[in-house]
Design a protein around this ligand. Structure first.
Ligand SMILES: Cc1cc2nc3c(=O)[nH]c(=O)nc-3n(C[C@H](O)[C@H](O)[C@H](O)COP(=O)(O)OP(=O)(O)OC[C@H]3O[C@@H](n4cnc5c(N)ncnc54)[C@H](O)[C@@H]3O)c2cc1C
Length: 427
């Protein structure tokens, strides 16, 4: 079969939330782009994923007119609870953060919103198409793709690699450049999705000597639970009866009862954290899990990927509209501090809520730190305020801080030839 040739300015690998946000904003700025996604629309829109949209992300979506349904159907969350068999402590993080909240809005719903908006404005997503090879250097970028048996070749100025963990963009950059560091945790989580109303209006972190148990509202009639389990456990070790009795035990509080229902999914989640030293190479830029990941206790991954996407697309817009290379050059440097801070916060929360089965003196000392952090959260106003701000995705002056900071010199878009630019030396 003959190769189909496509040409565009920015090619986005993966119709993830980051990929779709970039596509929408490029389209709004009339910068040509294509999204390539290996799965079908129906497979992606019918997944069942928790979405806890933090306040920073809400601001970004609102700024670009992508938050209408989120505000109509999302469920605002203002509190979280830490439970032990002895006591319960509810943190009203919204009250500490001038009313800023997080929204429960499933990831697949946000996916649908972003696809609809993009396609409505004439945007093109190639579903069922897999990127199989990326070539990228200072002169240009090329992708080889497959749509069933149809080979497709794309050439473009830039690639946005938004295709998740261990994807093709990530592995196209040598490890000597990204220098990834992986940390595996010595426990896993069993994630359980249940067709039932939520057993609580807020997220619960249950701390028990048997291990952590958690509860998060996923959708109005779908609940998500977590159980800390040994890394070697499989789904087969966890019958429905065992799950319910362990959840009830670890989350016990006075006469509180779990609202049981049909368990629709059980998955073992290996806990890990990957950090890289850079998120770019020549004309290839990574966003989301392709650049960094953490198995997060407070569902920060989707928020981080949207925040990456905003900075990356802003850099593309600066390049095309204002002929300014600097934001692209500085993309990693701009994003990495915030990503590291979010990863540290997630790790510290994981450390606070999971039980370390380590009886060495180092393990015992870790357990003392764990206990101290929990008491700080309850007793120190400063510690609790810092925690609340990181948890909610606090924005200092709501709305204004997420405005694009564009140079004012040229308000009119010029659809220029990239060859007119001085040689691009990014990465
Ligand atoms: C099993 C599982 C369950 C999870 N559940 C939740 C949850 O409930 N809540 C939550 O907040 N987070 C959850 N996460 C994490 C969360 O989905 C991601 O961390 C976050 O959304 C960031 O992912 P991403 O956008 O970088 O990539 P993804 O969301 O993984 O999106 C990448 C997209 O790129 C496509 N793609 C990959 N390779 C190619 C290729 N070669 N060519 C074309 N397309 C390609 C994929 O099909 C996919 O659609 C879960 C993760 C896993 C693995």
């Amino acid at each position: 079969m003959s190769i189909k040739h496509l040409s565009t300015k920015v090619c986005i690998v993966g119709a993830s939330l980051s990929g779709l946000l970039i596509a929408n904003i490029l389209k709004k700025n009339r910068i040509p782009c294509i999204v390539i996604e290996q799965n079908s629309y129906s497979a992606l829109s019918t997944r069942s994923l928790v979405g806890l949209v933090d306040n920073k992300t809400v601001n970004i979506l609102r700024e670009y007119g992508l938050s209408d349904r989120l505000f109509q159907e999302g469920i605002p969350q203002s509190k979280c609870e830490f439970r032990t068999p002895e006591q319960s402590f509810i943190l009203d993080y919204a009250r500490k953060c001038q009313g800023q909240v997080r929204y429960t809005y499933p990831q697949q719903e946000l996916f649908v919103d972003l696809v609809k908006k993009f396609e409505h404005t004439g945007g093109e997503i190639l579903f069922d198409t897999q990127v199989v090879k990326i070539t990228n250097n200072t002169h240009g970028a090329w992708l080889k793709c497959k749509q069933n048996t149809q080979p497709i070749a794309v050439n473009c100025d830039f690639i946005a690699g938004c295709e998740g963990v261990d994807g093709i963009s990530r592995v196209s950059i040598p490890d000597t450049i990204t220098q990834p560091r992986t940390k595996n945790f010595n426990y896993a989580w069993l994630t359980i999705t249940v067709e039932a109303l939520s057993s609580s209006e807020h997220t619960i972190y249950g701390l028990h000597s048997n291990g952590f148990a958690g509860h998060i509202l996923q959708q109005e009639d779908i609940s998500r639970y977590y159980l800390q389990i040994p890394v070697e456990d499989t789904v087969a070790d966890w019958s429905d009866d065992r799950i319910w009795s362990e959840l009830q035990l670890r989350l016990a509080k006075d006469d509180w009862k779990i609202k049981k229902g049909n368990i629709v999914t059980k998955k073992v989640l290996k806990m890990k954290c990957v950090t890289a030293q850079t998120m770019q190479h020549c004309r290839l830029f990574l966003a989301g899990d392709s650049a960094h990941m953490i198995t997060s206790a407070e569902e920060k991954s989707m928020n981080l990927e949207i925040q990456d996407a905003k900075v990356l697309v802003q850099s593309f817009v600066s390049y095309y509209r204002y002929h300014d290379n600097a934001p692209l050059k500085n993309y990693s440097a701009n994003r990495l501090p915030e990503i590291r801070q979010a990863q540290q916060f997630s790790e510290s929360l994981l450390h606070m809520i999971n039980i370390q089965d380590d009886h060495t003196s180092a393990g015992k000392s870790q357990q003392r730190v764990q206990k101290f952090k929990r008491s700080q959260l309850m007793n120190s106003e400063i510690y609790a305020l810092d925690f609340a701000r990181k948890y909610v995705g606090y924005v200092k002056s709501d709305r204004s801080t997420v405005k694009l900071t564009m140079p004012k010199k040229s308000a009119n878009f010029v659809d220029f030839n990239p060859a007119e630019l001085p040689p691009l030396k990014v990465g």
